[in-house]
Design a protein around this ligand. Structure first.
Ligand code: ATP
Length: 213
């Protein structure tokens, strides 16, 4: 079965932590492609600092040399709030029922999953791959724990046997970097070279982004 992953984020801006995670997940899960999906207006977060066009342009520059990663701008093209469930439904319709689709989220998101719009239906359209930093625990009680109980898998290969419906927890050490750090370094006039790919750095400077308010 073909297998595709989705990695959502604000990407304000994209940095090497995001990119390394996508490459590692793609290899570990045996995915043909990982779709990096910039959020338009994340329901739980402050508005991004630069426009959607800039965030998408930087993402495209960052992955230009890596064919397994694709920028997916569907949430930017949609009006109004972006719910993950709508995105999964749309992707599922495009891919058909014969492709394994895995939504990658952090353990912090899994812990708060019950606050997501129609969260119990997510597994109707995709698997969840939960990236756990060392030390994080899967919820052991409450509605999310109950929902997980018949979905948890131990073996990544099993995700390719079914199109959706399973949850896999993958412990990964993430590079210690965040977009917040990149923005604050830039606003303070410090260098962010090697925290973002060079073409992204050039774009930030050309367009005078993140100079602070
Ligand atoms: P901000 O600092 O603005 O909150 P961020 O660096 O956390 O941004 P996002 O765009 O919010 O980046 O995150 C997109 C996805 O990338 C999320 O699933 C998040 O958990 C993950 N992520 C964030 N930082 C890293 C990192 N250093 N390595 C790998 N993945 C990361």
């Amino acid at each position: 079965m073909n297998a595709v992953g989705i990695f959502g984020g604000t990407f304000d801006p994209v940095h090497i932590g995001h990119l390394r995670s996508c490459v590692e997940l793609r290899e570990y899960l045996g995915l043909e492609q990982v779709h990096l999906l910039p959020n338009a207006r994340p329901p739980h977060r402050q508005a991004p600092e630069v426009t959607a066009e800039h965030r998408l342009a930087m993402l495209n520059l960052a992955i230009a040399e890596e064919p397994g990663l694709v920028a997916d701008d569907r949430e930017l093209r949609r009006d109004g709030l972006s719910y993950t469930l709508d995105t999964l439904q749309a992707l599922r319709q495009e891919l058909g029922s014969d492709t394994s689709l895995s939504l990658c989220i952090g353990m912090d998101s899994l812990v708060n999953l019950a606050s997501w719009h129609r969260w119990q239906e997510l597994a109707d359209f995709a698997h969840l791959v939960v990236v756990a930093r060392p030390g994080w625990q899967t919820p052991e009680s409450g509605p999310v724990a109950e929902w997980l109980s018949n979905k948890l898998l131990g073996d990544a290969a099993c995700l390719k046997a079914e199109p959706s419906g399973r949850v896999l927890v993958r412990e990964m050490t993430l590079l210690p970097i965040s977009s917040t750090q990149v923005r604050s370094d830039l606003a303070a006039g410090r260098s962010v070279r090697y925290l973002v790919p060079d073409p992204v750095l050039d774009y930030i400077h050309q367009h005078h982004l993140y100079l602070g308010k």
